[in-house]
Design a binder for this molecule. Sequence first.
Ligand code: GLY
Length: 397
Amino acid sequence: MKIKINATALIFILIFTACQKEKPIIEIIDSSLAFAARQYAGMAEVMKDKPGLLPRTIDTTGALITSNSGWWTSGFVPGSLWYLYEYTKDDKFRGYAATMTSFIEKEKYNKGTHDLGFMLYCSFGNGLRLTNDASYKEVLLTGARSLSTRFRPNVGCIQSWGSRKGWQCPVIIDNMMNLEFLMWAFKNSGDSSFYKIAVIHSDTTIKNHFRPDYSTWHVVSYDTISGKVEAKQTAQGAADGSAWARGQSWGLYGYTVMYRETGLKRYLDQAVHIADFLINHPNLPEDKIPYWDYDAPGIPNAKRDASAGSIMASALIELSGYVDQIKKQEYLSVAEKQIRSLASPQYMSKYGENGNFILKHSVGSLPANSEVDVPLTYADYYFIEALLRYRRLLGSI
Ligand code: GLY
C-alpha cells in the first residue's frame, strides 16, 4: 500500500521534527548569559537612583523591592554583577559591581548574623577574585572574624539565629553555605581557627541535621550549656519532618564545597548521599525544578522554587567533577535539565520585566507568606553561577 504525502504535509513534518530537536546546551547557556547581562544592566541603571540599597524582589504590582545591606541577600546582586563582568569582560559591569559591593562593607562588623558568607563572600569575594583589590581582602578577613564570634564551642556549631522560645541555640542547614568564606579566611590568613570552626560545624551538622534517608531538618536547636540537641524543627518548611527544598540544596552545595576545600572524603560521601536522595526523589518533577518542599501539600499543584533548582544545578555541576563517570553523567544530566527548564519561558523572564530579575517562580518562606512565587536574588546568582560552571566544563571536555 502506497501512502501519499503532499508537499504541505511534508514541510509541516520537517518543521515539526526540527522543532523537536533540543538546542545544544551551549547555545542555551550563551543566550541565557547574554540575557542576564542585558537584564542586570537595566537593574543596575535603576539602582543608580537608590544609593546604599540593594535589589531584593518585586511586589504584587511588579515594582522593585529593595533592602539595606544588613538583609541576608544583600551580596547576591553585586555577586551576579561580578559574574557578569567575568563573562562579558565589560568594564561597565565592573563599575556596577564595585559600587554595589561598596554598600555592604559595614557588614564586616556585623556579629548579629550567620549570613556573612552570603553577604560578603558573594560580593567582596568575587570582587577580590576578579580584581585583586587588596582593600577587599581586609573587608573579608574582618567579616570572617565577625562570623567566627558566633561559633559555640560546646555545641560545635556557628549559631544561626538569636535565641527564642524553645530554641536556645538554633542552627539552620543554610549555615553550611557560610563555610566557604571561613575556608577562604583560613587560606588567606594562616589562622587555623577558621578551618577548625568550618570542619567542626560540618561534622556536627552531619551528626544531627540529617535523617537516615539523607534529607535534612531545617532547624536544629541546641542547649547552650550541655551542647545537646533540644529540638529538630522547621521554620520555612511544610512540616518539622519534611524536606524543605532550598534547605536540601543548601546542604548539597555546602558539603560539595567542604569536600573541595578540605579533601575530607566524609564530606564527598555526604554530598553524594544528598544528591542521590534528591535526584531519585519521587516528588522531583519531570523538569527537575523542585516544589518548594519535597513533601509540600497539594503536589503536583504546589508552588515550585526556582532558587532550589538553581542552587542544586550549580552544586551538581561541581560535584560531577569529584565522582566516577557514571555518577558524573547522572549529575550532569539533571543539572542540564535544570538549566534548560530555568532558561525556558516557564521560568525565565522577558526582557525589562520581572523587576529586571532573570528568573521567576521562587519561594522565600511559604509558611510566613513571604516572597511566594516571586523573583529572588539568590535564584539568579546561582543560576548564573551554574551557567558559568557548565560553560567552563564544556570548554574543558
Ligand atoms: N537562609 C534563608 C533562606 O534560604 O531562605
